[in-house]
Structure formats: C-alpha cells, structure tokens
Design a protein around this ligand. Sequence first.
Ligand code: SF4
Length: 298
Amino acid sequence: MIIDKIKKLKEQRNAVILAHNYQIPEVQDIADHTGDSLELARKATQIDCDVIVFCGVRFMGETAHILSPEKTVLLPEPDAGCPLADMVDVEELREMKDNNPGATTICYVNSSAEVKAESDICCTSANAVKVVSSLNGSPIIFVPCRHLGGYVQKVTGKNLVLARGFCPTHHHISTDQILKLKNDMPDAKVLVHPECTTEVIDIADYVCSTSQMFKAIEESGARRFIVGTENGLLHPLRKRYPELEFFPPSEDCVCPNMKKITLEKVLISLETMEYKIQLDPDVRQRALGSLERMLLHV
Ligand code: SF4
C-alpha cells in the first residue's frame, strides 16, 4: 500500500513530510507536520532530519531550503507555483525602490527567493501586522499582495506603497457569497484570510492566517463558521472540531497549484529524491537575512 511505502522510505531517508493546510486531505494526513507558511518555516529549522519533503508550493520549499540549507528539500511537484508570488519580480521591486528612496521593503513570504533577497524583511499573513508595526520612519514598500498590504495598512495606520499582486483564489471570494450564507445562518462567525479583498475583510468577524483561525474558533464559542480561505483548510478544521460546522463561501475556493501534489508524487519524490530545491548561494544568503528578521517577530 502506498502509505506503507511512503512511511518505510521516509524512515530509510530520515525524511520528514511537511504539508500546508491547503494540501489535499490524504497528503495532510500522511504529513508529520501541517500548518501555515510561518509554522512550516519555523518547523523546517527545528526538525532533526536529512530530507524535507515539502508538500506546498515552490516558495515554501525555497523558504525551507533557505532556512535549513544542510537539509535536502524536495518539492514533489516541480510545477506547483504560486501565481501571487509570480506577480512581482526583482525588476519591478527595484523600480519601486528607485521611486521611493530610503524605503524599507517588506515582502510577503509568498514571493520568490530573488524577491526575498532584494527585500529588507519578510512577513507572513500571521505576523505582517507585527512586522509593519515594528518599523518607524521611512516609507514602507509592501509586495506582492495588495489585499494583505491594504489590510495591514488599515490595522497599523501606516502608509504603505503597495504592489498590484493578489491571490486569484482569495480574490474571487465575494461578499455576496458570504452574506448569502450569513443570511441563512445569522449565528455563524465569519473567518477570512487577509488575502481576501477589502470588502470581504470588512464584513468578517475574524481576519487571520489559517493557523490563527484555530485559535479564533476556540475563543469565539460559536458552533458554525463561514471560512473564507482555500477550501483545503476545511479538512483539518472538521477533523479537529467534529462537533462544529464549517462552510466555504463557495466550492470553487480552490488553489489548483496546492492540489498538484498527490500521495503518488510524494512516494516518487522519496524514491527518486526529486525535485531538489536549489538556489544561487548569493540569493540564498541575502534571502536568509530577510527571513531571519521575519522570525524575530513570531
Ligand atoms: Fe498562492 Fe493563493 Fe495558491 Fe496560496 S492559495 S499558493 S497565495 S495562489
């Protein structure tokens, strides 16, 4: 059976499987650790292993490699990218810096290693408010997610120079979808990810990263929840809280890239030791500085 083969090979390779909360249920269930970007980035530095099989998208595997270069980081599907991360490149970021001399540059972790290397500090959706709040004085450039940047701007009261990027999956969650569900279930609490649009964020009870949603659910005391993020999160939520009910705004809140990794691909990855994340050493070193500064704000 495929799961037994994965477990056996994992042991032989001294490997650990990390899976993002948006992965398909079977992949989340075989993982040693699941979580959001920040949790998985920290986990990559803490675990004792030779190989990390990263079930997520490319920038996440790159982040694990940057933070733990002594480990081999494998991405089971080489084409699992993040359209949001691809919405800003180094040239565009340099242009923004030229137009805003002296600015501090913050990149969301959903960005390429090259963009991280070009930035002063990185953040995730879990600590973006903390990171921005810690900065004084100079203008702040925030790339690539304009929705997360807009949300952080509102919470911190700081003026940010925003890029134009957005996550297609979260961008398509609409107020109509949420209000329709809310109309049928007025008692339901609305949880949304800060990659959603400002309009959606404005009608939410909680705006938080996927891992922070678990805490919000426990604190709320509610029984029903409308969950405005990628639908992969419904699996761990329903598993952890079988007595509660969770509703997606739409069955279409799906990130196709997050669904590219299957159990078969995890097994092949362990068998062939493909696809190794490799980065230019200079880029890796400069991106490390940006990530290490991020980890001071957890
Ligand atoms: Fe990128 Fe959005 Fe997919 Fe996350 S859900 S990997 S931000 S496209």
